[in-house]
Design a protein. Structure first.
Length: 276
């Protein structure tokens, strides 16, 4: 197996793993059987590809790949996915499955884009470039999800106001219902949070590889993790009925203002996001 083919295979696994995390997050919050099934299928594909890769390494070296940190990280990720798939049959373990897959994803990312792997690779520049592309792509997808959530929040507030004031018009039938706009806010948050988490994980890994002088206390990194925390708190408060109806919609509006600040202002104050 050529190095380029191996890299492409592992990058595919990282992307599929990341998407499965989105579905696992939805399943964890909603106990959604369809999300549960999609997450399982994607993770099973990752497991199948990982297993092929593992057997290939065993055949090529005539030994179990456990004698280096690089190999051990991959084996740990494979074992974590194995445990996750075994437990998948029961919704009772959704909390455990979700978090074990977060750890597995981090280990898979370290293996695919680790400093040692890239330093020894003959296609180092390609690996670094593609890590950055995947990081930016997931960040953009997260921002898109939050932007759509803003639209649903504004629609909810508008519809609520019209209904409260009993102002009907011919255009009213073209609007979604309050329930649909509420579900739209929830789903976009369910999707946006894990996408942003994946992006941040990959971004920190890229900085660790590429930059000699960087700090986890960089303004952009702090603001991005703060944004992730804000959306997480909003979702948690809504789930325990502390944020309802209008309050939840307004929380989404104000959270998106932080997205705008993070995207434009924080990037200018960062030491290595200055090109944005």
């Amino acid at each position: 197996m050529t190095e380029m083919t191996l890299v492409r295979l592992e990058e595919l696994m990282v992307v599929l793993y990341a998407v499965s995390l989105v579905f696992y997050f939805i399943d964890y919050l909603k106990r959604d059987r369809l999300a549960h099934r999609y997450a399982f299928v994607l993770l099973a594909i990752v497991y199948f590809l990982q297993t092929i890769n593992l057997f290939w390494a065993v055949l090529a070296t005539s030994r179990i790949p456990i004698y280096s940190l690089f190999d051990s990280v991959y084996l740990i990720a494979w074992i974590l996915i194995s445990i996750s798939l075994i437990l998948h049959a029961s919704h009772k373990y959704s909390f455990f499955i979700f978090f074990i897959n977060i750890i597995g994803f981090i280990f898979m990312t370290i293996h695919t884009f680790g400093p040692t792997r890239i330093a020894e690779s003959t296609i180092r520049e390609t690996l670094i470039s593609e890590l950055l592309i995947i990081h930016i792509t997931f960040a953009i997808l997260a921002y898109v999800a939050f932007a759509i959530g803003l639209i649903f929040a504004v629609l909810y507030l508008l519809l609520y106001s019209l209904l409260k004031q009993k102002k009907w018009s011919k255009q009213f039938d073209r609007y979604p219902s309050l329930h649909q706009t509420m579900m739209g806010m929830k789903i976009t948050t369910y999707v946006g949070i894990p996408l942003l988490f994946v992006s941040l994980t990959l971004g920190v890994q890229w900085a660790n590889i590429m930059l000699n002088d960087w700090s986890i206390l960089d303004f952009k990194i702090i603001s991005s993790f703060f944004l992730l925390m804000v959306y997480g708190v909003i979702l948690y408060l809504h789930k325990i009925d502390k944020l309802r109806a209008n309050d939840y919609a307004w929380a989404n509006v104000f959270a998106f203002l932080l997205v705008i600040i993070n995207f434009f202002l924080a990037s200018r104050l960062s030491h290595f996001h200055y090109w944005l």
